[in-house]
Write a protein that binds this ligand. Structure first.
Ligand code: TRP
Ligand code: SF4
Length: 332
């Protein structure tokens, strides 16, 4: 289980379900951009995981993968500092998943909270598939195959990391120590609300994408829910329960005090407040938009970057897979 790397290893993945949004940026990607400076980082686009739910309509997948890669680069991930790759480019992930499936009790998978909650959330689709049940086994393969020390994730992913450790522990118990057990690295950022006040999420249709144009950003922000008790400007507001105020805290922290004071004193109207916020969000995204425009000029470079990333990842993934197979009694 020797893990004598110079720097600790960080690994995380993101599903290519459409464009990345502000919630992904604040809750995950901005943190990744920081981590790439300090750790040996691997970040990947989890396209196989996307297929666990999008299996019946995967036409958009190819383009979504590319768009997410562009989003990640424009948000500041640097292929010179971290490894960025596409999960399906490495058959090692799939093979590791198969090996782990041999030792993972079905009851462990049925107990994972996201299994039931996602099934309820995504209505009208048959998710009683083998692949969907095995989602966390694939995630364990993603993590353990790199012998990652840390996995930066949000709260919702903690059960998956715990299961990853359980699978690693069980493997080590049966076949000898191969896998160090990873730790989660909780991103301690508040969940960004979407335009409807619920958690910002692609599936709720309440997200502002990194690639939304300034006009779209303005339009979406103008529809955001505010303090519901505030009907007229003369009503005193409660910024603490207003999503617009949450955004101010994140995208224009220095304006927070003024907004709070004026809102509570009924000196600020919600329409004007949202207009002002939109300008700060647009400004915040300006460098990201510029970078995206540049990257879109040479889409082939994205393919090259992903192929190069996969080559680097493969060196490590292939070595661990070899070690695991040998430990299990496979190979000569
Ligand atoms: N399940 C994760 C999510 O939906 C994505 C993911 C797949 C992942 N494999 C991973 C995250 C490995 C961390 C490590 O957010
Ligand atoms: Fe929210 Fe701004 Fe309206 Fe206050 S003035 S309730 S902070 S949108």
């Amino acid at each position: 289980m020797s893990n004598d790397k110079l720097r600790k290893r960080v690994l995380s993945g993101i599903q290519p379900t459409g464009r990345l949004h502000l919630g992904n940026l604040i809750g995950a990607v901005e943190n990744w951009v920081k981590l790439q400076e300090k750790y040996d980082c691997f970040f990947f686009i989890a396209d196989l995981h996307a297929l666990t739910t999008a299996y019946d309509d995967s036409k958009a997948l190819k383009n979504d993968i590319k768009q997410v890669a562009i989003d990640l680069l424009s948000a500041g991930l640097d292929p010179g500092k971290c490894v960025i790759f596409r999960q399906s480019d490495l058959s090692e992930h799939a093979e590791m998943h198969l090996l782990f499936s041999m030792i993972t009790p079905v009851s462990w998978l049925e107990r994972v909270p996201t299994y039931k909650s996602k099934m309820d959330e995504i209505k009208g689709k048959d998710l009683s598939t083998y692949g969907f049940l095995g989602y966390p086994v694939l995630q364990a393969a993603d993590i353990l195959i790199y012998k990652a020390d840390f996995v930066p994730v949000g709260h919702d992913q903690l059960p998956h990391i715990e299961l990853t450790r359980e699978i690693g522990r069980r493997f080590n118990y049966f076949y000898g120590d191969v896998f160090p057990l990873p730790k989660d690295l909780l991103t301690d950022f508040p969940t960004l609300p979407g335009t409807d006040g619920r958690k910002m999420s692609k599936s709720y249709n309440n997200a502002i994408a990194l690639s939304d144009s300034p006009a779209v950003i303005e339009q979406k922000i103008s529809t955001m829910v505010t303090d519901p008790a505030r009907v007229k400007k003369e009503d005193k507001g409660h910024p603490a329960i207003c999503s617009v105020f949450e955004f101010f805290k994140i995208f224009a922290g220095n304006k927070k005090g003024t907004v709070e004071k004026e809102c509570k004193a009924a000196e600020r109207g919600c329409v004007a407040c949202k207009k002002e916020l939109a300008q700060y969000v647009i400004k915040y995204l300006e460098p990201i938009h510029q970078k995206r425009a540049e990257l879109e000029k040479s889409p082939e470079a994205i393919d090259v970057m992903l192929t190069e990333g996969a080559k680097k990842a493969k060196i490590i993934a292939a070595e661990t897979l070899f070690e695991a197979k040998r430990a299990m009694g496979l190979l000569l």
